[in-house]
Unconditional design. Structure first.
Length: 176
């Protein structure tokens, strides 16, 4: 199974959901899409809006590959489960987030060979990225101490002062 997750963000990510649904029409395995706040209704893939952490962890554990937005929580979950990882960052210009903070993380992980970045998703680009991510995982590039290093960095970030008003905009949660 291919798992696609857009995280808990309050803004839709129709660009990824639409491409992932198209992927479901051209591959020979199930594609399960966590749509979040997206408005696009899938036709070729099963989908759901949101779920709890336990269920998401179960989906990740049975997935062959994970396609995710560039949120730290989704990334840590997939890397912790040592799954091939394809990342599609949310972009401000499409109204998918408030700023382009996910791009930096996605590009860094791609440069390190720990994930494959897809900036402009389509069904064909996702299919090609899955092949590349599977190759990276088999070579061991995806394993190692990244989860711990990223976790340490996130912990330091969470302890830094934040601009006032940021958390209420995100519904009281730190989002990806």
């Amino acid at each position: 199974m291919i798992l696609v997750t857009v995280g808990m963000h309050s803004q839709p990510f129709d660009r990824l959901v639409r491409a992932a649904d198209g992927l479901g029409a051209i591959v020979y395995e199930p594609v399960l899409i966590q749509r979040g706040a997206s408005c696009y209704a899938t036709t070729s893939s099963q989908s759901f809006d949101f779920t709890d952490e336990t269920s998401m962890a179960a989906y990740v554990s049975i997935a062959r590959v994970v396609i995710a937005h560039g949120g730290a929580g989704s990334i840590l979950e997939a890397l912790g489960a040592e799954k091939p990882l394809v990342l599609v960052p949310r972009l401000r210009r499409f109204g998918e987030c408030l700023d382009d903070h996910q791009v930096e993380l996605v590009e860094a992980l791609a440069k390190q060979g720990r994930a494959v970045a897809v900036m402009d998703p389509s069904a064909d680009r996702l299919r090609a990225a899955i092949k590349e991510a599977s190759r990276l995982t088999r070579s061991g590039a995806n394993a190692g101490g990244l989860q711990s290093a990223l976790g340490d960095r996130l912990l330091r970030w969470s302890q830094e002062p934040k601009p006032k008003g940021l958390l209420p905009v995100l519904g009281g949660r730190r989002g990806g």
